[in-house]
Design a protein around this ligand. Structure first.
Ligand code: KE4
Length: 437
Protein backbone atom coordinates (compact mmCIF):
# COMPACT_ATOMS: atom_id res chain seq x y z
CA UNK A 1 0.00 0.00 0.00
CA UNK A 2 1.62 3.28 -1.03
CA UNK A 3 1.46 6.13 1.47
CA UNK A 4 -0.75 8.36 -0.65
CA UNK A 5 -3.31 5.59 -1.22
CA UNK A 6 -3.38 4.35 2.36
CA UNK A 7 -6.83 5.37 3.51
CA UNK A 8 -5.89 4.51 7.11
CA UNK A 9 -3.10 7.09 6.99
CA UNK A 10 -5.37 9.66 5.35
CA UNK A 11 -8.01 9.10 8.03
CA UNK A 12 -5.44 9.13 10.83
CA UNK A 13 -4.13 12.54 9.69
CA UNK A 14 -7.69 13.86 9.49
CA UNK A 15 -8.58 12.39 12.87
CA UNK A 16 -5.57 13.95 14.58
CA UNK A 17 -6.87 17.41 13.65
CA UNK A 18 -10.08 16.95 15.61
CA UNK A 19 -9.51 14.18 18.20
CA UNK A 20 -6.50 14.15 20.55
CA UNK A 21 -4.02 11.66 19.08
CA UNK A 22 -6.66 10.79 16.50
CA UNK A 23 -8.31 8.29 18.81
CA UNK A 24 -10.95 8.12 21.50
CA UNK A 25 -8.92 5.75 23.64
CA UNK A 26 -5.10 5.91 23.81
CA UNK A 27 -4.21 2.27 23.14
CA UNK A 28 -5.84 2.50 19.70
CA UNK A 29 -3.19 4.97 18.50
CA UNK A 30 -0.52 2.26 17.98
CA UNK A 31 1.88 4.45 20.01
CA UNK A 32 3.46 1.42 21.67
CA UNK A 33 3.99 -0.51 18.43
CA UNK A 34 4.36 2.32 15.92
CA UNK A 35 2.76 2.52 12.52
CA UNK A 36 -0.69 3.57 11.40
CA UNK A 37 -3.81 2.44 13.23
CA UNK A 38 -6.27 0.49 11.12
CA UNK A 39 -9.55 2.40 10.77
CA UNK A 40 -12.28 -0.23 10.83
CA UNK A 41 -14.88 0.11 8.10
CA UNK A 42 -16.96 -2.94 9.00
CA UNK A 43 -16.70 -6.22 10.84
CA UNK A 44 -18.38 -9.60 10.54
CA UNK A 45 -17.77 -12.80 12.47
CA UNK A 46 -14.07 -13.18 13.28
CA UNK A 47 -12.97 -10.46 10.85
CA UNK A 48 -12.89 -6.76 10.27
CA UNK A 49 -12.02 -4.78 7.14
CA UNK A 50 -10.00 -1.59 7.36
CA UNK A 51 -10.29 1.64 5.35
CA UNK A 52 -8.34 -0.02 2.49
CA UNK A 53 -10.76 -2.96 2.52
CA UNK A 54 -7.97 -5.15 3.92
CA UNK A 55 -9.35 -8.08 5.95
CA UNK A 56 -7.94 -9.00 9.37
CA UNK A 57 -8.59 -11.92 11.68
CA UNK A 58 -9.60 -10.00 14.81
CA UNK A 59 -8.14 -11.16 18.15
CA UNK A 60 -9.18 -8.01 19.99
CA UNK A 61 -12.94 -8.11 19.43
CA UNK A 62 -13.38 -4.63 20.88
CA UNK A 63 -11.06 -5.62 23.81
CA UNK A 64 -13.26 -8.52 24.84
CA UNK A 65 -16.98 -7.81 24.24
CA UNK A 66 -17.32 -9.56 20.88
CA UNK A 67 -17.22 -13.12 22.26
CA UNK A 68 -19.77 -14.28 19.66
CA UNK A 69 -17.88 -12.58 16.84
CA UNK A 70 -19.07 -9.44 15.08
CA UNK A 71 -22.67 -9.17 13.92
CA UNK A 72 -24.16 -12.35 15.39
CA UNK A 73 -27.60 -12.57 13.74
CA UNK A 74 -29.55 -13.15 16.98
CA UNK A 75 -27.88 -10.12 18.58
CA UNK A 76 -28.38 -7.92 15.51
CA UNK A 77 -32.06 -8.89 15.43
CA UNK A 78 -32.50 -8.12 19.15
CA UNK A 79 -30.90 -4.69 18.75
CA UNK A 80 -32.88 -3.86 15.61
CA UNK A 81 -36.11 -4.70 17.43
CA UNK A 82 -35.14 -2.73 20.52
CA UNK A 83 -34.33 0.50 18.68
CA UNK A 84 -37.79 0.47 17.10
CA UNK A 85 -39.27 0.67 20.61
CA UNK A 86 -37.04 3.59 21.58
CA UNK A 87 -33.39 4.45 22.19
CA UNK A 88 -33.44 5.66 25.77
CA UNK A 89 -36.06 6.61 28.32
CA UNK A 90 -34.34 7.53 31.57
CA UNK A 91 -36.99 5.37 33.17
CA UNK A 92 -37.03 1.71 34.26
CA UNK A 93 -37.75 -1.00 31.71
CA UNK A 94 -38.54 -4.71 32.02
CA UNK A 95 -35.48 -5.55 29.94
CA UNK A 96 -33.01 -4.15 32.46
CA UNK A 97 -34.70 -6.31 35.11
CA UNK A 98 -34.36 -9.30 32.77
CA UNK A 99 -30.65 -8.57 32.26
CA UNK A 100 -30.06 -8.11 35.99
CA UNK A 101 -31.79 -11.44 36.64
CA UNK A 102 -29.75 -13.13 33.89
CA UNK A 103 -26.47 -11.83 35.34
CA UNK A 104 -27.37 -12.83 38.92
CA UNK A 105 -28.41 -16.31 37.78
CA UNK A 106 -24.89 -16.82 36.43
CA UNK A 107 -22.86 -15.12 39.18
CA UNK A 108 -24.14 -16.53 42.52
CA UNK A 109 -21.85 -14.34 44.65
CA UNK A 110 -24.21 -11.44 43.91
CA UNK A 111 -27.81 -10.89 45.07
CA UNK A 112 -28.20 -7.51 43.37
CA UNK A 113 -26.56 -5.63 40.53
CA UNK A 114 -26.53 -2.03 39.28
CA UNK A 115 -26.11 -1.42 35.54
CA UNK A 116 -23.88 1.42 34.31
CA UNK A 117 -22.27 2.42 30.99
CA UNK A 118 -18.57 1.60 31.28
CA UNK A 119 -16.12 -0.50 33.24
CA UNK A 120 -14.55 2.66 34.64
CA UNK A 121 -17.90 3.78 35.98
CA UNK A 122 -18.57 0.35 37.46
CA UNK A 123 -15.16 0.14 39.19
CA UNK A 124 -15.38 3.71 40.46
CA UNK A 125 -18.87 3.06 41.83
CA UNK A 126 -17.78 -0.21 43.44
CA UNK A 127 -15.05 1.59 45.36
CA UNK A 128 -17.44 4.30 46.55
CA UNK A 129 -19.88 1.57 47.63
CA UNK A 130 -17.15 -0.36 49.47
CA UNK A 131 -16.09 2.83 51.28
CA UNK A 132 -19.69 3.71 52.11
CA UNK A 133 -20.55 0.20 53.29
CA UNK A 134 -17.47 -0.12 55.53
CA UNK A 135 -17.06 3.50 56.60
CA UNK A 136 -13.39 3.22 55.67
CA UNK A 137 -11.27 5.10 53.11
CA UNK A 138 -8.24 3.01 52.18
CA UNK A 139 -8.10 0.69 49.20
CA UNK A 140 -5.57 -1.82 47.90
CA UNK A 141 -4.87 -2.36 44.21
CA UNK A 142 -2.04 -4.17 42.47
CA UNK A 143 0.70 -2.96 40.17
CA UNK A 144 -0.15 -3.91 36.59
CA UNK A 145 -3.89 -4.15 37.17
CA UNK A 146 -6.06 -1.62 35.38
CA UNK A 147 -9.55 -0.81 36.60
CA UNK A 148 -10.46 2.09 34.32
CA UNK A 149 -9.48 5.72 34.67
CA UNK A 150 -11.21 6.93 37.83
CA UNK A 151 -8.82 9.25 39.68
CA UNK A 152 -8.33 7.04 42.74
CA UNK A 153 -7.16 4.21 40.49
CA UNK A 154 -4.62 6.12 38.38
CA UNK A 155 -1.87 5.40 40.85
CA UNK A 156 1.49 3.70 41.07
CA UNK A 157 3.25 2.23 44.06
CA UNK A 158 4.51 4.64 46.65
CA UNK A 159 8.15 4.76 47.71
CA UNK A 160 7.67 2.01 50.24
CA UNK A 161 5.04 -0.38 51.47
CA UNK A 162 3.71 1.81 54.23
CA UNK A 163 3.43 4.82 51.92
CA UNK A 164 0.39 5.26 49.73
CA UNK A 165 0.30 5.74 45.97
CA UNK A 166 1.49 8.47 43.62
CA UNK A 167 -0.61 9.55 40.62
CA UNK A 168 0.17 7.97 37.24
CA UNK A 169 -1.66 10.72 35.39
CA UNK A 170 -1.42 14.48 35.27
CA UNK A 171 -4.53 16.08 36.63
CA UNK A 172 -4.83 13.69 39.58
CA UNK A 173 -3.94 15.59 42.76
CA UNK A 174 -1.74 13.54 45.16
CA UNK A 175 -4.37 13.80 47.87
CA UNK A 176 -6.84 11.94 45.68
CA UNK A 177 -4.66 8.81 45.66
CA UNK A 178 -3.41 9.14 49.22
CA UNK A 179 -5.77 6.35 50.30
CA UNK A 180 -4.70 3.95 47.58
CA UNK A 181 -2.07 1.36 48.43
CA UNK A 182 -0.41 -0.30 45.42
CA UNK A 183 1.06 -3.73 46.07
CA UNK A 184 2.93 -6.26 43.97
CA UNK A 185 0.69 -8.85 42.31
CA UNK A 186 1.14 -12.38 43.66
CA UNK A 187 3.25 -11.15 46.61
CA UNK A 188 1.78 -12.75 49.73
CA UNK A 189 4.26 -11.31 52.26
CA UNK A 190 3.61 -7.75 51.10
CA UNK A 191 -0.15 -8.35 51.23
CA UNK A 192 0.07 -9.64 54.79
CA UNK A 193 2.24 -6.72 55.85
CA UNK A 194 -0.18 -4.20 54.31
CA UNK A 195 -3.08 -5.65 56.23
CA UNK A 196 -1.01 -5.81 59.44
CA UNK A 197 -0.24 -2.10 59.04
CA UNK A 198 -3.56 -0.79 57.70
CA UNK A 199 -6.15 -3.57 58.02
CA UNK A 200 -8.66 -1.66 60.12
CA UNK A 201 -8.71 1.23 57.60
CA UNK A 202 -9.03 -0.79 54.39
CA UNK A 203 -12.44 -0.57 52.70
CA UNK A 204 -11.60 -2.91 49.86
CA UNK A 205 -9.01 -4.78 47.89
CA UNK A 206 -9.62 -4.58 44.14
CA UNK A 207 -8.00 -7.14 41.87
CA UNK A 208 -8.09 -8.44 38.31
CA UNK A 209 -8.22 -12.18 39.13
CA UNK A 210 -6.59 -12.94 35.80
CA UNK A 211 -4.73 -9.78 34.92
CA UNK A 212 -5.49 -9.12 31.27
CA UNK A 213 -3.91 -5.69 31.58
CA UNK A 214 -0.59 -7.42 32.11
CA UNK A 215 -1.33 -9.46 28.99
CA UNK A 216 -2.25 -12.64 30.90
CA UNK A 217 -1.07 -13.14 34.50
CA UNK A 218 -3.02 -15.37 36.87
CA UNK A 219 -3.29 -14.62 40.57
CA UNK A 220 -1.84 -17.76 42.15
CA UNK A 221 -4.32 -19.82 44.16
CA UNK A 222 -2.35 -19.33 47.43
CA UNK A 223 -2.24 -15.57 46.78
CA UNK A 224 -5.95 -15.41 46.03
CA UNK A 225 -6.67 -17.52 49.12
CA UNK A 226 -4.76 -14.99 51.28
CA UNK A 227 -6.60 -12.06 49.65
CA UNK A 228 -9.87 -13.69 50.65
CA UNK A 229 -8.73 -14.61 54.16
CA UNK A 230 -7.20 -11.22 54.97
CA UNK A 231 -10.22 -9.29 53.67
CA UNK A 232 -12.50 -11.47 55.81
CA UNK A 233 -10.23 -11.17 58.86
CA UNK A 234 -10.03 -7.36 58.67
CA UNK A 235 -13.57 -6.60 57.48
CA UNK A 236 -12.47 -5.33 54.05
CA UNK A 237 -14.42 -6.15 50.89
CA UNK A 238 -12.78 -8.30 48.23
CA UNK A 239 -13.63 -6.71 44.87
CA UNK A 240 -13.18 -8.78 41.72
CA UNK A 241 -12.72 -6.62 38.67
CA UNK A 242 -14.15 -9.00 36.06
CA UNK A 243 -14.75 -6.39 33.40
CA UNK A 244 -12.49 -8.44 31.14
CA UNK A 245 -12.79 -11.95 32.63
CA UNK A 246 -16.52 -11.89 33.36
CA UNK A 247 -18.40 -14.17 30.96
CA UNK A 248 -15.13 -14.33 28.97
CA UNK A 249 -13.09 -17.00 30.81
CA UNK A 250 -16.17 -18.94 31.97
CA UNK A 251 -19.92 -18.41 32.23
CA UNK A 252 -19.40 -17.72 35.95
CA UNK A 253 -16.31 -15.60 35.32
CA UNK A 254 -12.91 -15.98 36.95
CA UNK A 255 -14.53 -16.34 40.38
CA UNK A 256 -16.00 -19.66 39.21
CA UNK A 257 -12.50 -20.76 38.12
CA UNK A 258 -11.06 -19.97 41.57
CA UNK A 259 -14.00 -21.69 43.26
CA UNK A 260 -12.87 -24.94 41.62
CA UNK A 261 -9.56 -24.69 43.49
CA UNK A 262 -10.99 -22.99 46.59
CA UNK A 263 -14.40 -24.55 47.31
CA UNK A 264 -16.91 -21.91 48.42
CA UNK A 265 -14.70 -19.05 47.23
CA UNK A 266 -16.60 -15.83 46.50
CA UNK A 267 -15.60 -12.17 46.21
CA UNK A 268 -17.72 -9.63 48.10
CA UNK A 269 -18.21 -7.30 45.14
CA UNK A 270 -17.90 -7.95 41.40
CA UNK A 271 -17.34 -5.46 38.60
CA UNK A 272 -18.48 -6.52 35.11
CA UNK A 273 -18.41 -5.03 31.62
CA UNK A 274 -17.46 -5.80 28.02
CA UNK A 275 -19.20 -9.16 27.26
CA UNK A 276 -22.35 -8.25 29.22
CA UNK A 277 -22.96 -5.39 26.78
CA UNK A 278 -22.21 -7.49 23.71
CA UNK A 279 -20.30 -4.53 22.25
CA UNK A 280 -22.63 -1.76 23.42
CA UNK A 281 -21.95 0.63 26.34
CA UNK A 282 -22.98 -1.47 29.33
CA UNK A 283 -21.22 -2.51 32.55
CA UNK A 284 -22.31 -3.45 36.05
CA UNK A 285 -21.31 -3.95 39.66
CA UNK A 286 -22.97 -6.24 42.17
CA UNK A 287 -22.76 -7.80 45.60
CA UNK A 288 -24.87 -9.35 48.32
CA UNK A 289 -28.03 -7.44 49.24
CA UNK A 290 -26.59 -6.18 52.54
CA UNK A 291 -23.85 -4.32 50.62
CA UNK A 292 -25.94 -3.16 47.67
CA UNK A 293 -28.63 -1.64 49.87
CA UNK A 294 -26.19 1.11 50.83
CA UNK A 295 -26.76 2.51 47.32
CA UNK A 296 -29.14 5.38 46.57
CA UNK A 297 -32.09 5.59 46.54
CA UNK A 298 -32.11 3.07 49.44
CA UNK A 299 -28.94 4.12 51.19
CA UNK A 300 -26.46 7.00 51.48
CA UNK A 301 -23.99 6.00 48.73
CA UNK A 302 -24.84 8.10 45.69
CA UNK A 303 -24.47 6.63 42.20
CA UNK A 304 -26.40 7.49 39.03
CA UNK A 305 -26.35 7.57 35.21
CA UNK A 306 -28.45 9.00 32.39
CA UNK A 307 -27.95 5.98 30.16
CA UNK A 308 -27.60 3.33 32.86
CA UNK A 309 -29.53 0.21 31.82
CA UNK A 310 -30.02 1.65 28.33
CA UNK A 311 -32.81 -0.32 26.57
CA UNK A 312 -30.81 -0.94 23.39
CA UNK A 313 -27.62 -1.92 25.21
CA UNK A 314 -29.55 -4.26 27.51
CA UNK A 315 -31.13 -5.92 24.47
CA UNK A 316 -27.65 -6.45 23.03
CA UNK A 317 -26.35 -7.78 26.34
CA UNK A 318 -29.29 -10.12 26.91
CA UNK A 319 -29.06 -11.60 23.43
CA UNK A 320 -25.34 -12.15 23.96
CA UNK A 321 -25.83 -13.82 27.35
CA UNK A 322 -28.46 -16.10 25.86
CA UNK A 323 -26.06 -17.28 23.16
CA UNK A 324 -23.07 -17.85 25.47
CA UNK A 325 -25.27 -19.84 27.87
CA UNK A 326 -25.79 -22.57 25.27
CA UNK A 327 -24.42 -25.96 26.42
CA UNK A 328 -20.80 -26.49 25.40
CA UNK A 329 -20.19 -22.87 24.38
CA UNK A 330 -17.17 -22.42 26.67
CA UNK A 331 -15.79 -25.90 26.09
CA UNK A 332 -15.61 -25.22 22.37
CA UNK A 333 -14.26 -21.70 22.85
CA UNK A 334 -11.61 -22.81 25.34
CA UNK A 335 -10.46 -25.65 23.08
CA UNK A 336 -10.04 -23.32 20.11
CA UNK A 337 -8.16 -20.82 22.25
CA UNK A 338 -5.85 -23.51 23.62
CA UNK A 339 -5.17 -24.72 20.09
CA UNK A 340 -4.17 -21.18 19.09
CA UNK A 341 -1.73 -20.81 21.98
CA UNK A 342 -0.30 -24.32 21.47
CA UNK A 343 0.17 -23.63 17.77
CA UNK A 344 1.99 -20.38 18.45
CA UNK A 345 4.17 -22.14 21.02
CA UNK A 346 5.11 -24.87 18.53
CA UNK A 347 5.87 -22.30 15.84
CA UNK A 348 8.15 -20.33 18.19
CA UNK A 349 9.83 -23.51 19.48
CA UNK A 350 10.60 -24.55 15.90
CA UNK A 351 12.65 -21.36 15.53
CA UNK A 352 14.21 -21.61 18.99
CA UNK A 353 12.50 -18.39 20.06
CA UNK A 354 11.61 -17.85 23.75
CA UNK A 355 7.82 -17.99 24.00
CA UNK A 356 5.20 -18.94 26.58
CA UNK A 357 1.46 -18.56 26.65
CA UNK A 358 -1.65 -19.24 28.66
CA UNK A 359 -5.39 -19.12 28.21
CA UNK A 360 -8.67 -19.50 30.07
CA UNK A 361 -11.92 -19.81 28.16
CA UNK A 362 -11.80 -17.36 25.27
CA UNK A 363 -9.01 -15.16 26.69
CA UNK A 364 -5.33 -15.72 26.00
CA UNK A 365 -1.93 -14.14 26.37
CA UNK A 366 1.63 -14.86 25.38
CA UNK A 367 5.09 -13.56 26.19
CA UNK A 368 8.36 -13.63 24.25
CA UNK A 369 10.10 -15.18 27.21
CA UNK A 370 10.65 -18.78 28.43
CA UNK A 371 8.57 -18.61 31.63
CA UNK A 372 5.17 -17.11 32.38
CA UNK A 373 5.66 -13.85 34.33
CA UNK A 374 4.00 -13.62 37.73
CA UNK A 375 3.90 -9.84 38.15
CA UNK A 376 4.22 -6.51 36.39
CA UNK A 377 8.02 -6.03 36.59
CA UNK A 378 8.50 -9.49 35.06
CA UNK A 379 5.99 -8.73 32.27
CA UNK A 380 7.83 -5.53 31.47
CA UNK A 381 11.12 -7.36 30.87
CA UNK A 382 9.63 -8.33 27.50
CA UNK A 383 11.74 -7.08 24.60
CA UNK A 384 9.42 -4.42 23.18
CA UNK A 385 11.19 -4.26 19.83
CA UNK A 386 10.76 -8.02 19.31
CA UNK A 387 7.08 -7.79 20.24
CA UNK A 388 6.61 -4.92 17.80
CA UNK A 389 8.28 -6.99 15.08
CA UNK A 390 5.83 -9.80 15.77
CA UNK A 391 2.86 -7.42 15.92
CA UNK A 392 3.61 -5.83 12.54
CA UNK A 393 4.58 -9.13 10.95
CA UNK A 394 1.19 -10.53 11.87
CA UNK A 395 -0.60 -7.33 10.88
CA UNK A 396 1.02 -7.42 7.45
CA UNK A 397 -0.30 -10.98 7.13
CA UNK A 398 -3.88 -10.05 8.06
CA UNK A 399 -3.78 -11.01 11.71
CA UNK A 400 -4.73 -8.33 14.26
CA UNK A 401 -3.51 -8.83 17.81
CA UNK A 402 -3.40 -6.20 20.56
CA UNK A 403 -1.09 -3.26 19.67
CA UNK A 404 0.61 -3.43 23.07
CA UNK A 405 2.57 -6.20 24.80
CA UNK A 406 0.66 -5.78 28.07
CA UNK A 407 -2.76 -6.49 26.53
CA UNK A 408 -4.57 -9.83 26.37
CA UNK A 409 -6.08 -11.45 23.28
CA UNK A 410 -9.56 -12.79 22.66
CA UNK A 411 -10.98 -15.61 20.54
CA UNK A 412 -14.64 -15.60 19.55
CA UNK A 413 -17.10 -18.35 18.73
CA UNK A 414 -16.88 -17.14 15.13
CA UNK A 415 -13.16 -17.95 14.77
CA UNK A 416 -12.88 -21.13 12.71
CA UNK A 417 -10.20 -23.81 12.81
CA UNK A 418 -9.09 -22.42 9.46
CA UNK A 419 -8.65 -18.97 11.04
CA UNK A 420 -6.55 -20.50 13.82
CA UNK A 421 -4.46 -22.39 11.27
CA UNK A 422 -4.01 -19.25 9.16
CA UNK A 423 -2.90 -17.35 12.27
CA UNK A 424 -0.36 -20.03 13.18
CA UNK A 425 0.88 -20.05 9.60
CA UNK A 426 1.39 -16.29 9.68
CA UNK A 427 3.18 -16.54 13.03
CA UNK A 428 5.41 -19.30 11.64
CA UNK A 429 6.56 -16.97 8.85
CA UNK A 430 7.19 -14.10 11.26
CA UNK A 431 9.01 -16.28 13.80
CA UNK A 432 11.21 -17.58 10.95
CA UNK A 433 12.15 -13.99 10.11
CA UNK A 434 12.70 -13.19 13.79
CA UNK A 435 14.72 -16.34 14.29
CA UNK A 436 17.04 -15.46 11.44
CA UNK A 437 17.41 -11.82 12.56
P1 KE4 B 1 -13.89 0.79 30.31
O1 KE4 B 1 -14.09 2.04 31.10
O2 KE4 B 1 -12.79 0.94 29.26
O3 KE4 B 1 -15.19 0.22 29.74
O4 KE4 B 1 -13.40 -0.36 31.31
C1 KE4 B 1 -12.27 -0.11 32.10
C2 KE4 B 1 -11.66 -1.44 32.52
C3 KE4 B 1 -11.88 -1.88 33.81
N1 KE4 B 1 -11.36 -3.06 34.25
C4 KE4 B 1 -10.63 -3.85 33.42
C5 KE4 B 1 -10.08 -5.15 33.93
C6 KE4 B 1 -10.39 -3.44 32.07
O5 KE4 B 1 -9.65 -4.25 31.26
C7 KE4 B 1 -10.92 -2.22 31.61
C8 KE4 B 1 -10.67 -1.73 30.21
N2 KE4 B 1 -9.82 -2.54 29.40
C9 KE4 B 1 -9.10 -1.86 28.35
C10 KE4 B 1 -8.18 -2.88 27.67
N3 KE4 B 1 -7.18 -3.38 28.52
C11 KE4 B 1 -10.03 -1.22 27.38
C12 KE4 B 1 -9.36 -0.72 26.13
C13 KE4 B 1 -9.13 0.76 26.17
O6 KE4 B 1 -8.80 1.32 27.24
O7 KE4 B 1 -9.27 1.36 25.08
Amino acid sequence: MTQQHDQNQTLFERARHVIPGGVNSPVRAFKAVGGTPRFVKRAQGAYFWDANDQRYIDYIGSWGPMILGHGHPAVVEAVQKAVLDGFSFGAPTEREVELAEAILARVPSMDMVRLVSSGTEAAMSAIRLARGATGRSKLIKFEGCYHGHADALLVKAGSGLATFGNPTSAGVPPEVVQHTLVLAYNHIAQLEEAFALHGKDIACLMIEPIAGNMNFVRASVPFMKRCRELCTEHGALLVFDEVMTGFRVALGGAQSVYARALPGFEPDLTVLGKVIGGGMPLAAFGAKRAVMEHLAPLGPVYQAGTLSGNPVATACGLATLQQISQPGFYDDLALKTRQLVAGLQAAADAQGLPFCGDSEGGMFGFFLMPELPQNYPEVMTTNGARFNQLFHGLLDRGVYIAPALYEAGFVSAAHTDADIEQTIGAATEVFRLMGSA
